[in-house]
Design a protein around this ligand. Structure first.
Ligand code: HEM
Ligand code: HEM
Ligand code: SF4
Ligand code: SF4
Length: 472
């Protein structure tokens, strides 16, 4: 295994690839928009144009108006998709039921996932959404864009899709919401050949990994979440595009225990940044917090008067392990007892910083309720260095996959397999020793399995030998 330098990214210039002129993009006036009615009555949806939050109905109507004014030969799918979507949604509001048929299996050649097929069950009434497939596009790590990329994508999607997007899907993908089967291969060709952009995952495979904003803009990032997310996405492209697993599998990368991408709850393998040396303390800055020069929590609670900052009340007494104290006007931390919860650092970001010997904690098994109940990930590797080429981490991932791909039952998430085969069996099979950090508390029941080799005399016993000592 080696860390391949990534090929240089293609720089996309919107002017080179654009499909629509400025006049075509801005083809309606504010007055037209105010007066615009779609061809169906949508009273419940129009109710949702009121109120201060950005209205998806207002946005959709804007897109519908724009499309209705584009010449018909300037779009490759039926231009009424947005109006039909609103019309069908109103019917669903009326009846309290979905009007999408079950399932749908479409895609692009070479891949086994990435497109979620969908068909209206009212195709005569809403013909332009008879097909309404969703394409998942793999987002850039942490979702940084430039406008050249986004405008190019919007032109492509207006041309070959409904013009409606979800930025972003919960897993992280850019969601292109609604197109026909015939457009899938052309869209795939253009995103790959023109935009240097691949589709994301769906089905029983590695789904699109995602990460917090990390070192790009956060002082707490304990490893480069974006680089690791990008590397793992590239390295495991095959597992992402061609389902080979018993069920879906997700990676998420959090730079620190604050969990801004919620990896512990929403990924089968959760990578959470941590450190194993001392919290760095700037005593002068601690004083500045005590004196009120710096706002606690970087001003996050400024909306309400919580009184003068009280370091004892707001930091020392809230430390979960009570390992902090003030001594001679200085803040002290017994780092051996610190569980690295981030609380003190979050309250005094200008005075406290995580250590410098950093890496990741790896947790496994998070999943939603179906079938056996919701799980958050459970700690498997307390600490591992996380630096390119990440060979140590790839080795761990592949051991877990090797086991789960063989042993996992059909549609059994990793978390369920661990419950079924047990945590001791899981860690033993992937070659990890049991450590106290792997459990919150030892078991309370005594139904303990022993291995025969660990028990003197083994399991083969002779009843007569026993009877010689104990009469029947
Ligand atoms: C009452 C309505 C529905 C029920 C009870 C239902 C039930 C299910 C169930 C049990 C699965 C398997 C899920 C899993 O193993 O995690 C599934 C998969 C799926 N359903 Fe539905 N479904 C419904 C409606 C829909 C609708 C409206 C759509 C599309 C618009 C849809 C699209 C899909 C797709 C694409 C999958 C496969 C997902 C995957 O493999 O990742 N379903 N459905
Ligand atoms: C002096 C004789 C025995 C005593 C004092 C005794 C006592 C107990 C006690 C206290 C329990 C636990 C009950 C519970 O968890 O609520 C138990 C469970 C059990 N006993 Fe006995 N027992 C005796 C003989 C036997 C014999 C002769 C058999 C079978 C031939 C037997 C089979 C079982 C079984 C199958 C269980 C249930 C184990 C489980 O919960 O998985 N016991 N016994
Ligand atoms: S998870 Fe931690 S490192 Fe990542 S953005 Fe949030 S606070 Fe910063
Ligand atoms: S990080 Fe948490 S556990 Fe560690 S010293 Fe700060 S408050 Fe205490």
């Amino acid at each position: 295994m080696s860390f391949e330098p990534q090929e240089p990214k293609k720089v996309i210039k919107y002017e080179d690839v654009r499909i629509y002129t400025d006049a075509e993009i801005n083809n309606y006036t504010e007055e037209e928009l105010k007066a615009f009615k779609i061809k169906y009555d949508i009273p419940d949806l129009e109710e949702l144009e009121n109120g201060p939050w950005p209205s998806f109905v207002a946005d959709a109507k804007q897109a519908a108006l724009h499309r209705s004014k584009l010449p018909a030969d300037r779009m490759l799918i039926d231009p009424n998709g947005v109006e039909d979507m609103l019309g069908q949604l109103q019917v669903s509001f009326d009846e309290g039921e979905t009007h999408w048929k079950h399932g749908g299996i479409v895609g692009v050649f070479g891949y086994g996932g990435g497109v979620i097929g969908r068909y209206s069950d009212l195709p005569e009434r809403f013909p332009s959404i008879a097909h309404f497939h969703t394409v998942r596009l793999n987002q850039p790590a942490s979702k940084f864009y430039n406008t050249d990329f986004l405008k190019s994508l919007c032109d492509l999607w207006d041309y070959r899709g409904s013009g409606m997007l979800n930025l972003h899907g919960s897993t992280g993908d850019i969601i292109l919401l609604g197109t026909t089967t015939e457009q899938l291969e052309p869209i795939f060709f253009e995103v790959t050949h023109v935009m240097d952009q691949d589709i994301g995952g769906s089905g029983s495979n590695l789904r699109t990994p995602s990460c917090c904003i990390g070192k790009a803009r956060c002082e707490w990032a304990l490893y480069d979440t974006q680089e690791m997310c990008y590397e793992m996405t590239n390295y495991y492209q095959d597992e992402l595009h061609r389902p080979a697993f018993p069920y879906k599998f997700k990676f998420k990368f959090d730079g620190c225990p604050n969990g801004c991408v919620a990896s512990i709850a929403r990924s089968d393998m959760s990578f959470i940044g941590t450190w194993r040396d001392d919290i760095r303390i700037d005593q002068a800055a601690v004083q500045a917090y005590i004196n009120g020069e710096y706002a606690p929590n970087a001003g996050a609670h400024a909306g309400k008067d919580w009184g003068k900052f009280d370091i004892k009340k707001e930091v020392l007494d809230l430390c979960p392990t009570k390992c902090m104290w003030m001594e001679g006007g200085e803040l002290k931390i017994d780092n051996a007892e610190c569980t690295r919860c981030m609380h003190c650092i979050a309250v005094m970001p200008r005075a406290l910083r995580p250590g410098t010997d950093t890496g990741v904690t790896i947790l496994c098994g998070a999943k939603a309720p179906i079938l056996d109940g919701a799980q958050m990930s459970t700690l498997i590797v307390p600490f591992m260095k996380a630096e390119p080429p990440y060979d140590n981490i790839k080795e761990f991932i592949e051991k877990v996959w090797e086991l789960w791909m063989e042993e996992g039952r059909n549609r059994e998430r990793l978390g369920e397999m661990i419950q079924r085969i047990t945590l001791p069996k899981f860690i033993e099979t992937i070659g990890l020793p049991a450590t106290p950090q792997m459990v919150k508390a030892p078991r309370s029941n005594p139904y303990i399995f022993w291995k025969e080799e660990d028990v003197p005399g083994g399991w083969d016993r002779d009843i007569n030998e026993y009877r010689a000592r104990h009469k029947r």
